[in-house]
Design a protein around this ligand. Structure first.
Ligand SMILES: Nc1ncnc2c1ncn2[C@@H]1O[C@H](COP(=O)(O)OP(=O)(O)O)[C@@H](O)[C@H]1O
Ligand SMILES: [Mg+2]
Length: 259
């Protein structure tokens, strides 16, 4: 893995009213790595992801992606950067009135000048890269299983051949077999497309299997960023509670059943 930082976050402060979510938070994401983000409920994981996507604005600090400061970027700069990343939100955010093929074609229609038949060919390629059968292409999201919807969301997220992929709880709500299959798919895409991946997750299996490093959020900061084998050995109380204590299991169950 090269040490080129593709995302550099420095001195980030985030407030909702008086409530401080992040204070003086720093984080680097290196090209080619899969970085997991974990932390207790309310520790600011989703907010951090939204800030990287320029959907939420922090009070202070710097977020550089591909070398561009995104916090005060112009709309044009943002549009050119957004083309280079893909996002899979927890709810998939597929358009329910469009077929799978139309959903995956959508970003290509929005962001390229390619003709309709090329767009359809590229969309079919992404659908098969996401491990979906071609006869799913003409189905609507509601006709697909939960696992297939995730794959559909992923197919759309990689439509524009991004360098960077953001995933929010990609395996939440999936049964263990389907989740394991999705982990395989992420690893596969990461190596074939040379992706850098930032993934918020509570799924311990995914963390062990897919990530190179994991950032642990707590005390308004990124407290640790380590590969899993090192992270779980940190003597810190919050880490121990999260990964091994009864509270860790409660947090996990809360997400499996309640989120
Ligand atoms: N739009 C918002 N308005 C007010 N408070 C918010 C908003 N979004 C998040 N928060 C608060 O910020 C904190 C961090 O939220 P979030 O980033 O969703 O945490 P996590 O994803 O780690 O569970 C929580 O206390 C949450 O209630
Ligand atoms: Mg969240």
């Amino acid at each position: 893995m090269s040490a080129e930082s593709i995302i550099t976050i420095q001195g980030l402060d985030t407030y909702f009213g008086d409530h401080c979510v992040h204070h003086d938070l720093d984080l680097n994401v290196y090209r080619g790595e899969v970085l997991g983000i974990v932390g207790g409920s309310g520790s600011g994981k989703t907010t951090l992801l939204r800030e990287m996507l320029a959907l939420t604005r922090p009070a202070k600090g710097s977020i550089k992606i591909f070398g561009h400061e995104i916090i005060h970027a112009s709309l044009n700069t943002l549009l050119s950067i957004q083309r280079r990343w893909g996002v899979l939100f927890q709810q998939n955010a597929l358009f329910s009135s469009l077929t799978l093929l139309e959903n995956v074609s959508f970003p290509l229609e929005e962001h390229t000048q390619l003709n309709a038949s090329t767009i359809r060919d590229l969309a079919r390629l992404k659908i098969s890269m996401a491990g979906l059968p071609m006869d799913a292409a003409n189905q609507y999201p509601s006709e697909l299983s939960g696992g297939m919807q995730k794959r559909a969301g992923l197919a759309r997220a990689i439509a524009l051949d991004p360098e960077l992929l953001f995933l929010d709880e990609p395996t939440a709500g999936l049964d263990p077999n389907t989740a394991a299959g999705f982990d395989e798919l992420i690893l596969n895409l990461q190596s074939t497309m040379g992706l850098t991946i930032v993934m918020v997750t509570h799924d311990l299996d995914s963390l062990w299997k897919v990530t190179n490093r994991v950032a642990f959020l707590g005390n308004q900061k990124v407290m640790f960023v380590d590969p899993m084998p090192l992270l779980v050995k940190q003597a810190d109380e919050q880490i121990q509670a999260f990964f091994s204590g009864p509270r860790g299991r409660v947090v996990q169950e809360g997400y499996t059943h309640g989120n």
